[in-house]
Design a protein around this ligand. Structure first.
Ligand SMILES: NC(=O)c1ccc[n+]([C@@H]2O[C@H](COP(=O)([O-])OP(=O)(O)OC[C@H]3O[C@@H](n4cnc5c(N)ncnc54)[C@H](OP(=O)(O)O)[C@@H]3O)[C@@H](O)[C@H]2O)c1
Length: 255
């Protein structure tokens, strides 16, 4: 099987490439900068126009790294009747652009698998410079998230390519929901220093995050104060190993 990996330079894609190569699969990567390619046979291109990269492949690890579904039909058309494993979001449950991307994929193939992630542990990398100063200032410290290790997402994708997971929607999460303040404390433990959370006023957070991202992220985080992100057993069911805890992720990164 020849698998095209999009987002191959990114958090999950690099592990998908490595895992597939380790299993002896034929891997092609679609990258904007070939110098950053993590391996496999390299096609320079853009995910909005992947026709050349899609030629001759049987399957694709598909990322849609935008906040709108505009242009999705052109991007999925070259994968007609191929296997598509899409890194989606739990937000697709409520439709939105995530749902539109999923529907576009369903429109071109019956062999799709959706990996609906709650949040990637790598999102917390944005706090690291602040953490080194001993304080992280950000909004909604009591929002509870079930952050997932990027290697677990990759393990799910590899299973989806190597076994039959057609038309399956998986909820891909870490093993527990931790408040953002708890996540920061764990990062501090891994860095070997106490780090405290300081609640950031929303106006300041909006300016810091940018209007477009803040408009979706802030209400979502607010909702997680009373209703934590779900914790799913799909990683364990599909991969045969439990989801990796956030403190393992933090220790791997910072210790
Ligand atoms: N972060 C989360 O918590 C979360 C939750 C749910 C779903 N997701 C989904 O997961 C995806 C990956 O998120 P991430 O934060 O881990 O990012 P990432 O995969 O680390 O980075 C984005 C990847 O997409 C590539 N890329 C960006 N624009 C591209 C374009 N126009 N054409 C081709 N490649 C392009 C980047 O390549 P370059 O090296 O060229 O920049 C990079 O490899 C998101 O797009 C989102 O759809 C994320």
């Amino acid at each position: 099987m020849k698998v095209l990996v999009t987002g191959a330079t990114g958090n999950t894609g690099r592990h998908v490439v490595r895992g597939l190569l380790e299993r002896g699969e034929d891997v092609r990567v679609l990258v904007r900068d070939p110098a950053k390619a993590p391996g496999g046979d390299v096609v320079r291109g853009d995910i909005t126009d992947p026709a050349e990269a899609a030629e001759g492949v049987d399957a694709v690890y598909f990322l849609w790294p935008f906040y709108s579904a505009e242009g999705i039909d052109k991007a999925v058309k070259p994968f007609k009747d191929k296997k598509i494993v899409y890194l989606s979001s739990v937000a697709a449950e409520d439709g939105g652009f995530w749902g539109e991307v999923e529907q576009a994929i369903i429109g071109v193939t019956d062999d799709w698998t959706f990996l609906r992630v709650t949040g990637l542990a790598t999102n917390t990398l944005g706090w690291v410079e602040q953490a080194k100063t001993g304080t992280v200032r950000a909004p909604y410290g009591q929002a509870k998230r079930s952050l997932v290790h990027e290697k677990d997402v990759a393990d799910m994708a590899i299973e989806a390519f190597t076994e039959d997971h057609a038309q399956q929607i998986y909820l891909v999460t870490g093993p527990e929901a931790l408040s953002q303040a708890e996540q920061v404390k764990i990062i501090g433990d891994a860095l070997g220093k106490p780090v405290r959370w300081e609640e950031q006023p929303l106006g300041e957070a909006r300016a810091h995050l940018g209007e477009e991202f803040a408009a979706s992220a802030l209400p979502y985080w607010a909702s997680l104060v009373d209703e934590p992100e779900p914790v799913s057993l799909d990683v364990a069911k599909v991969t045969g190993h439990p989801a990796r805890p956030f403190d393992d992720w933090a220790r791997e990164r910072f210790s």
